[in-house]
Design a protein around this ligand. Sequence first.
Ligand code: FE2
Ligand code: FE2
Length: 184
Amino acid sequence: MNERLKTVTKALQDTEFIDIISELINNDKVMKMKNYRQHYDISTFEHCLNVSYISYKICKLLKWDYKSMARAAMLHDLFLYDWRESKKKLNLEGYHAFVHPKIALKNAEETFELNKKEKDIILKHMWPVTFSLPKYKESYLITFVDKYSAIQESIGYYQKQMEAKRLYRYAYIFLCLIFLGKII
Ligand SMILES: [Fe+2]
Ligand SMILES: [Fe+2]
């Protein structure tokens, strides 16, 4: 099992973590993230769950505000569109990388009661791509975890591709052996 799947599996089995984000993950708007691809074959929902769980574990270890961290990270990419489409088609005011934190925050605020820290974590998660400095240590943490998760998710995708290729290779050798067996 690759690292990405391990994280998701652990997250779903961690009852304390799931209790914290249950209001969010059972909401229709948040569930819509399952319909949008984030990195390679991973949905925005799964990516947010990854970032949320890793950030939550680090915050618990450091005795930081793990509840706000887990909640905000679960909502940090709640932009609800396919970012591969052109900004013109999506009617965005700027490039996705710069504007999606504001869109995610707007969508999250329309649906949930958020504290100041949660808002800052969502809004600043792309720093330093977006210029405004994070106000809280948890907001800095998400900037690292988000990038780490993107790398982990990409590696997970390529691992799967390699495994699939290996399977094809074995199947090809197997079929060749059967064919040779028949003609020899
Ligand atoms: Fe993002
Ligand atoms: Fe993200």
